[in-house]
Design a protein around this ligand. Structure first.
Ligand code: FAD
Ligand code: UQ1
Length: 625
């Protein structure tokens, strides 16, 4: 009731402002839901809310000053030379549905008693429900000398943690020929707590392949140290043990509870604070820094924050502890779990459900279990997929399919490198990806729906995969070239053109007509003949395969417009030619092909034993045919 009141009060003002305003800015506008921050969390939540079908145009607003949105989990890949930062960047506006009002503005303060927020331009927005997701700020200023070192192009210091610095990392890794390489991690919470060591493992692999790093060999030109403010390699003992063993086997030094405080001596010495000890000074020839991070100041100073500066929410319902129409997820929330985009796949559906409940005057009844995940690149080609929930208890998606998640695996590498970046922009920020639970479209979850008869759907969720029957192998006799004749004896005569004969695409006559011509039959016998070939086979046979130059240009244009929607199959159907021809004149871009390969890898990685056996048997049968 209180919420509706606020909305109704604010509406007339918004209307007047709209009538009299000469600027584009609509002063004191009101929205059913205002989302602060259009990052991973803000985009995912606002899209999922819109897809609930319960909101009209402009009911939902997103406020974010950024012009760009970056796929930050990909910055580790940029640091490892596997992709470019530009490929991971989209314009912020392009990711926001036109039915959502986008304010490209910085939020400066909250007035939750008035259900209002203020922006830097002085605008006030009124809401019924507020979602606060402004993420973490990278605090380069919190380590003395870091800003200067990063700004100096000749320095030995780099970091994958900002857009401005990430592109220099791989160059600096490649340039190092000898000396001491140090990789740091601060003592305070950071985004993706595994990233500081992921970049170390990739660098180690690069130097090893170049013959510059030899584990446990005093003559190795390069020595490597992991220097972390944390007490262990990783917060979850199960994965930490594996990673520490890997570190020892690979001969990298380990310094724990060492928190980088300053870079000194003209950018050549790192100074670490150690509890109950004098600061430790380590000279370096290469330094990868994971900076300290914190929530933005306007959150820390707000009444929504707890003592540590995070938006104070219930760890299960995601509702602010005091203001029941305020919600928070993502890096800025107080949720006691590792800060990742993967975590947001688990948080967003819970927040959306509970927020919709609140709008209907019901209690929030969905609960977040703390799910988070960190795909730890341990070398080029291998990833250890850590997945866990509150309390650091593993909650693994793929163990039940026979994959050991405490071991670095190749299948997970393709998930990290190809599938996640693809699914992030094509599904997650559009509100249709729920991490380990798979895809969700509309208001129905594919993961709980049986596929329509005769249709196959892509499932990634464990539940859906368990319920997917193994596909029957395609019958090699079920082609346009084959004709079947039931004989009086009860047997069936199957006739097909010899393999050396031209296919029916090249002849004017299909096998059944050829047969009919060769041996004319009586009317009665004709009636007993098999039915006419299916329509689409006829279409394929009739297709001339000769497209005009204009048609080819159109195919190429459609393909460039949206290669995911305009597949070779759909364009072949539309233009009456073969998919192979489409792939020849308008090949899918590399990203599309890698994303498809990644999808296949993902599907295969989740296969159970029965499916693997069925697949193998099918392959053998095919080879025989
Ligand atoms: P963000 O995505 O950072 O978005 C915050 C948004 O709020 C921004 O758009 C910002 O402009 C906006 N904002 C800030 N201040 C204001 C304001 N005053 N008013 C309005 N808007 C504001 N996660 C994984 O799952 N797997 C990984 O492998 C992984 N690896 C990572 C590697 C690196 C190097 C980094 C940096 C991150 C990685 N992450 C990974 C973490 C993941 O990217 C973050 O956890 C996730 O993006 C957090 O989402 P968020 O919405 O809370 O914050
Ligand atoms: C995930 O959904 C996701 O988002 C696209 C990531 O990329 C940032 C991840 O790193 C992870 C681990 C997930 C979780 C999904 C699965 C299938 C484990």
């Amino acid at each position: 009731m209180m919420l509706l009141g606020a909305r109704q009060m604010a509406r007339p003002r918004a209307g007047l402002a709209h009538l009299f305003s000469t600027s584009a800015r609509a002063a004191d506008a009101a929205h059913k839901v205002v989302v602060v921050g259009g990052g991973t969390a803000g985009l995912t939540v606002s899209s999922e809310l819109l897809r609930s079908g319960k909101f009209a145009a402009n009911d939902i607003a997103v406020v974010d000053p950024s012009q760009w949105h970056d796929y930050q989990p990909g910055w580790t890949l940029v640091g490892g030379g596997l992709t470019d930062r530009e490929r991971l960047r989209r314009s912020e506006a392009s990711l926001i549905d036109p039915k959502i009002k986008f304010y490209q503005e910085r939020v400066t303060s909250f007035a939750p008693e008035q259900n209002q927020i203020a922006t830097a331009s002085g605008e006030k927005l009124t809401y019924d429900q507020l979602v606060v997701a402004p993420g973490f700020e990278i605090r380069l200023d919190a380590i003395k000398g870091l800003q200067e070192a990063l700004a100096d192009p000749a320095s030995k210091v780099s970091s994958i943690y900002t857009y401005d610095t990430v592109e220099k990392v791989y160059g600096k890794i490649k340039a190092l020929r000898e000396g001491r390489a140090i990789f740091t991690q601060p003592a305070t919470p950071i985004k993706c707590a595994g990233a500081p060591q992921k970049i170390m493992w990739l660098a180690l692999d690069t130097w090893k392949r170049a013959g510059l790093y030899k584990a446990h060999d005093p003559s190795s030109p390069i020595q490597i140290d992991f220097v972390t403010g944390m007490p262990t390699m990783f917060s979850v003992p199960k994965y930490s043990e594996v990673l520490n063993k890997l570190r020892e086997e690979r001969g990298a030094g380990g310094y724990f509870k060492h928190d980088l405080a300053a870079i000194e001596d003209n950018g050549t010495t790192a100074v670490f604070n150690v509890p109950d000890q004098e600061p430790v000074r380590l000279p370096f020839d290469f330094l990868h820094v994971t900076p300290k991070m914190s929530t933005p100041k306007f959150i820390q100073e707000s009444v929504l924050a707890n003592a540590a500066g995070f938006v104070d929410v219930d760890q299960a319902t995601l509702q602010q502890v005091k203001y029941k129409n305020v919600w928070s997820i993502g890096d800025a929330s107080s949720l006691p779990t590792s800060k990742t985009a993967a975590a947001i796949t688990g948080q967003a559906p819970v927040l959306v459900h509970n927020l919709l409940q609140a709008i209907d005057g019901k209690a929030p009844d969905a609960q977040y279990d703390g799910y988070t995940s960190c795909p730890l690149l341990t070398e080029y080609g291998k990833v250890l997929l850590a997945e866990f929930q509150y309390g650091g208890t593993p909650k693994e998606t793929f163990t039940k399919f026979g994959l050991d998640q405490s071991k670095p695996q190749r299948a997970f590498y393709y998930l990290k490198k190809d599938f996640f970046p693809w699914v992030y922009y094509n599904s997650m920020v559009k509100g249709t990806w729920q991490g380990p639970k798979g895809f969700k479209f509309g208001t129905r979850s594919l993961t709980t729906q049986a596929p329509a008869p005769g249709r196959r759907t892509l499932h990634t969720s464990a539940r859906a995969l368990r319920n997917t029957p193994a596909r029957r192998p395609r019958d090699p006799l079920d082609t346009p070239e084959v004709a079947r004749f039931p004989l009086r004896t009860g047997e069936t005569l199957v006739a097909r053109t010899p393999p050396t004969a031209p296919t029916s695409r090249e002849t004017l006559l299909g096998a059944d007509e050829l047969f009919a011509r060769a041996a004319p039959v009586s009317d009665a016998e004709l009636a007993a003949l098999p039915p006419k070939l299916r329509k689409h086979h006829r279409q394929a046979r009739d297709a001339s395969n000769l497209l005009s130059a204009e048609q080819i240009a159109e195919v190429q244009q459609l393909r460039a417009q949206d290669p995911f929607v305009n597949t070779a199959g759909s364009l072949a159907k539309r233009f009456g030619c073969s998919p192979t021809f489409i792939s020849m004149v308008a090949p899918a871009p590399k990203e599309v092909r890698t994303a498809r390969r990644a999808e296949t890898q993902l599907r295969r990685a989740t296969w159970g034993m029965n499916k693997r056996i069925a697949h193998e048997q099918r392959r053998e049968r095919r080879a025989l045919w």
